[in-house]
Design a protein around this ligand. Structure first.
Ligand SMILES: Nc1nc2c(c(=O)[nH]1)N[C@H]1C(S)=C(S)[C@@H](COP(=O)(O)OP(=O)(O)OC[C@H]3O[C@@H](n4cnc5c(=O)[nH]c(N)nc54)[C@H](O)[C@@H]3O)O[C@H]1N2
Ligand SMILES: Nc1nc2c(c(=O)[nH]1)N[C@H]1C(S)=C(S)[C@@H](COP(=O)(O)OP(=O)(O)OC[C@H]3O[C@@H](n4cnc5c(=O)[nH]c(N)nc54)[C@H](O)[C@@H]3O)O[C@H]1N2
Ligand code: SF4
Ligand SMILES: [Mo]
Length: 739
């Protein structure tokens, strides 16, 4: 039996930020760079600071960036290798046009001609089928300037209601839960609060593999004597070093949170003064959780009663604490309920809005925070405004110089866009920074829908698997080829600096979008000369909204090494920590720290509902999915970086020895995994670090290796996030006979 590729002994080798520090220095030897530019990593929401070294308009290496306070020179394996993308032979340097007779199915096309064709097809489709028949899918790896522009482009240039983004797959359950409870959607605390907390609660996050730099903060807390509680169906690397591990059955976290609150009430581990002064709704919630006694909680979650009591006691009696969660509790058809459950135990403890007392959802994508603020969501306008709210529409319309009724109504979510394509209601698609064929669930359906499109244009720097279905591909920009801002995991707005020029015919993404707008006879509002001008408009458009950027300038970001939003005026330093007593916000206006007119946070009753597809006699095993340290998202970038492929070259089916024995499977055997949607074959990886009723597969691969062919397209009714973390499968040793 093999162990996980990473063990406690070699954990530093795999995730050790300090190793990266020395590697950077080693790479520095040999070639003399022309210049070194301070910027940030292109991958996850940590947005670690990094120096990129440039020679002849080519990124040739990196150096640690000690001055950025978040990572202080540390980087993870992906950050260390990110610089290898630009020189990759697959880098798109011309526009492409679909041509079945050309090798690879595409032939190069002149950029201007490609734009003409795109505009003509958009006009043709919209004239024939109506404005909303052309949809836009955008991404949260883009800078905030671009995400702002995408929202404006869809509403004003295309005049379509149908724009949504890949954060629909990521941050929306957390966002909806935070808005329901706090009235605003941002990590409540800076990470500097983590080491000051005496209890750290981590639910549904593989912190060490997905947020390696956060591991350092958690370990600092541990050095200071903190107790670490981890809730996960797998003993992930961070769980191996925790004080209490709760092996939850996938899809049952809300039962656990309700059970913890039950014990907090029973033992009077509550902050009565905080509940009284700063919250509403506690009585109804207390009534609801009275049914969640430890026995019932244990029966539903699969966690031992003793462990539940221990967790409740540590959490209940702590003086300071930090609760964080990620997609493990959010990727569910009741993801919002899970998030509300987590927030309920934070509010009941009163430990929020103070130093060392924190709560956060850990943001995934590079601009996963900023990308969900300024209007590329189907129901949102800039500044976190609501597209259905007449006041919000009127404000943004004024900034855009249009009438409020010219702004389309709310559109449908990213998955529904594909259902609408399938139903014949959407005929054209523009996608940027999104690879839905690999990243959406039940992906055989997505493939079929893509083939039904009349016209599809993709903007990317690589020909990702979805773009293979495009009629035209436009060569966009890599992270280091453009400038702008992003908001990292803590809500700190930082600057991405331009390091090199886009090669060949490749263009900064925002210029491509403007070029298309111009060909749609839409110049007004799309004549920005640079990202700085877009940012100036974004500042105005966000003013007075919950995500208020109006006091943030490029210069101030530079000077302060980042500015935390909200920042309502130029003399305001930004908001390091949310919800501090006496703090101001645009909704409460001094009535209290939370973003509701009365300034109070909301407790929400969050009932338990089982996953949409539970196991049964035909499909008796739970499938859950997620990530490994060396690959990123759909893998379109990291599967092209050799050293990362070497670290983890193919997906494997993680399963427990007991389950393996039941099916006669040994480590390394080929196994057929089948759900009601599809089936694939994978090598078995037999490990003791997973629940015996659950199997895990990472999702970074495409085609025959893509686990999303099996996952279910059930969505949370509020957030519309897909249920990636639970569906039912059956497994069998060997290949399927018909293959
Ligand atoms: N290396 C790497 N890092 C990344 C990314 C990447 O692709 N690769 N992507 C970035 C992005 S966009 C995101 S969103 C984040 C994701 O970061 P995470 O959410 O930490 O990662 P996941 O692997 O999706 O899932 C986290 C954990 O949830 C557990 N889990 C599964 N089902 C349940 C459940 O029902 N309850 C609980 N409590 N846990 C469950 C899984 O076992 C897994 O360990 O990572 C970011 N960082
Ligand atoms: N089974 C399963 N599926 C999942 C998940 C899971 O846990 N399990 N997690 C979900 C989550 S949390 C997420 S965030 C999604 C992510 O899913 P996707 O967003 O589809 O994945 P990416 O790999 O980020 O695809 C983005 C594309 O954007 C391109 N790109 C990156 N930066 C830029 C840029 O600056 N400009 C342009 N033009 N293009 C750019 C990349 O080259 C890539 O082709 O996957 C989701 N899918
Ligand atoms: S932790 Fe995230 S931002 Fe930092 S180096 Fe790794 S992938 Fe890049
Ligand atoms: Mo994500």
């Amino acid at each position: 039996m093999a162990t996980l590729p990473v063990s406690l002994e070699n954990i530093t080798e795999h995730f050790g930020p300090h190793l990266a520090r020395s590697l950077g220095n080693r790479l520095a030897t040999g070639v003399e760079p022309d210049k070194t530019v301070a910027t940030h990593c292109c991958f996850c929401g940590m947005q670690c600071g990094i120096h990129l070294k440039v020679k002849d308009n080519q990124v040739i290496g990196f150096e640690p960036r000690e001055d950025f306070p978040f990572n202080r020179g540390m980087l993870c394996p992906k950050g260390v290798k990110r610089y290898l993308q630009g020189a990759h032979p697959d880098r798109l340097v011309t526009a492409l046009e679909r041509d079945p007779n050309s090798p690879g199915g595409f032939r190069p096309m002149e950029y201007e001609k490609a734009l003409d064709r795109v505009a003509a097809e958009i006009k043709r489709i919209q004239e024939k089928y109506g404005r909303d028949a052309f949809a836009v899918l955008s991404g949260a790896s883009l800078t905030s300037e671009k995400t702002y522009l995408m929202g404006k482009f869809a509403r004003l240039a295309l005049k379509t209601a149908n724009i949504d983004y890949n954060g629909r797959l990521c941050m929306v359950s957390a966002g909806a839960g935070n808005k329901k409870a706090f009235g605003v959607d941002r990590a409540a605390n800076p990470w500097s609060d983590i080491p000051k907390a005496e209890v750290i609660w981590i639910s549904g996050s593989n912190v060490a593999e997905c947020f390696p730099i956060t591991t350092d903060y958690v370990w600092q807390a541990r050095e200071n004597g903190a107790k670490i509680i981890v809730v996960d169906p797998r003993i992930t690397p961070i769980a191996r070093t925790c004080n209490l591990f709760l092996p939850v059955k996938p899809g049952r976290d809300i039962a656990l949170f309700n059970g913890i609150l039950h014990l907090m009430i029973e033992n009077d581990w509550l902050d009565h003064r905080f509940i009284e002064q700063h919250t509403v709704g506690f009585e109804a919630l207390a009534e609801h959780v009275s049914q969640w006694n430890p026995k019932r909680t244990s029966d539903v979650t699969g966690i031992a009663e003793k462990s539940i009591r221990q967790a409740a006691e540590w959490w209940g009696t702590a003086k300071s604490s930090f609760l964080m969660h990620a997609r493990g509790i959010e990727h569910h058809s009741h993801g919002v309920q899970n998030v509300l459950g987590a927030i309920n135990i934070v509010l009941a403890s009163g430990r929020i809005g103070r130093e060392g007392c924190g709560y956060a959802t850990i943001t995934g994508q590079g601009n996963g925070q900023g990308g969900r603020e300024h209007g590329q969501k189907c129901d949102q306008l800039p500044g976190g405004r609501d597209i259905s709210n007449p006041d919000h529409r009127a404000y943004v319309a004024k900034v855009w110089g249009v009438e409020a009724d010219e702004i389309p109504k709310a559109g449908v979510d990213a998955y529904e866009i594909f259902r609408e394509i399938d139903r014949g209601n959407i005929h054209g698609l523009l996608s940027i920074c999104f690879n839905p064929k690999v990243s959406l669930p039940d992906s055989d359906f997505i493939t079929r829908a893509l083939e039904k499109l009349d016209f599809y244009v993709a903007i990317d720097f690589f020909l990702n698997e979805t773009a293979h279905h495009a009629d035209v591909v436009l060569p966009g920009s890599l992270h280091e080829e453009d400038e702008g801002v992003v908001a990292q995991v803590e809500g700190r707005v930082i600057r991405i600096n331009k390091v090199v020029e886009p090669p060949g015919d490749a263009r900064a993404d925002w210029t491509i979008i403007q070029d298309i707008a111009h060909r749609l006879d839409c110049r007004k509002g799309f004549s920005f000369a640079n990202p700085g001008e877009i940012f100036e408009e974004l500042r105005v458009a966000s003013k007075g909204g919950t995500c208020d950027y109006s006091g943030i300038t490029y210069e101030k970001i530079e000077k302060q090494n980042g500015v935390f939003w909200p920042c309502p005026s130029e003399d305001h330093p930004g908001t390091l920590r949310m919800f501090e007593p006496g703090s101001w916000n645009p909704i409460a206006k001094g009535a209290g720290p939370f973003y509701f007119p009365d300034g109070k946070a909301r407790f929400n009753v969050a009932p338990y509902t089982p996953p949409t597809e539970d196991v049964d006699a035909d499909y008796p095993v739970i499938l859950t999915t997620g990530r490994v340290v060396s690959h990123f998202l759909s893998g379109s970038q990291t599967r092209r970086i050799g050293p990362l492929v070497d670290q983890y070259s193919e997906p494997r089916l993680e399963l427990h020895p007991k389950l393996a024995e039941k099916y006669g499977i040994s480590d390394g055997d080929q196994v057929t995994v089948e759900s009601r949607r599809s089936s694939i074959q994978l090598p078995a990886h037999v490990v003791t670090t997973i629940r015996p009723d659950t199997v895990f597969v990472p999702y970074h691969w495409a085609g025959r290796q893509s686990i999303n062919r099996l996952t279910i397209s059930a969505q949370d009714p509020i957030s519309k996030i897909p249920e990636y973390k639970v569906c039912a499968v059956r497994i069998k040793k060997g290949l399927r006979t018909e293959d």
